[in-house]
Write a protein that binds this ligand. Sequence first.
Ligand SMILES: [Zn+2]
Length: 301
Amino acid sequence: MTELEYTHCPLCESEDYKTYLQGKDYLYSQEDFTVVRCEQCKLLYTNPRVSVEEITRYYFSDYLPRAKKKRSIGNRIRSRIGQYFVDSRHELVKLLNSNNGKNVLEIGPGAGDLLIFLKEQGFQVCGVELDTNNAHRIRERGISCYLGDLDCIVNEIAPQTFDAVVLCHVFEHLYHPKQTLKTIYSLLNEGGIVYITLPNIESKEAKLFGKYWRGLDLPRHTVHYSAHTIKKILLNSSFSIVQSGNHNFPSSFVESIAFCTVKGKWPPLLYYPLYYLWKIFSPLHCRLMGTGVLRIVARKV
Ligand SMILES: [Zn+2]
């Protein structure tokens, strides 16, 4: 069992908090963790938490998408099936085009699939990735990628270089979200935008599944945002909110059912048929109860 560290509120720095829920790492370690609510600003965050030095032990090899030299048959089938569904990447392209976003930085691009897609759509793209293998493969795919933590390597990048910064399911992992927003602010051109997708702890999905909700992802998620708290941290960091809404992400619902029933993951042969079945009904699901994931776009002011 890893030794945990207590922390103050990552948003307002108050040390006044109450327990919100007791959860577990249902994905890997089965260890228990606590989510607390700040009594001052109402932010929900993991406390105590695994230190930043130890947290890599909780990212197992199948957690992050891996860049592969050759695509497996399974991946090709999944990609082919995926073409028949609404692709949120096209919505991002529309957003970038309507905001004159030519130069795009993605923080935490994983295997780099979104960067490659955006490059094919005519954007100039660049990544910042923590995982050495992924960073090397992204470079092999002809895309510039910095290796390391954004806040540590920021001096290697000229200020005001990008029109848009993208963080897909990354922001909730950050240990110093205010500092990272400050860094993003310095890298954006005047009027540049930041695009964030992250789990919504105030969603109906989160309330339905409680401690079994996949979006908690303890202990890897350090902060558990709602529409209100993510807007607050962005506004406090000199951004204005351009838009916010639900982001379709069916895997969160399907994996929450697995956490609820088998207290862990389903085998792929059970998971993927259910995932695609759920994806067919996801527009209806989204309309009826929203989704567990938020999409927020904010502008540097
Ligand atoms: Zn607070």
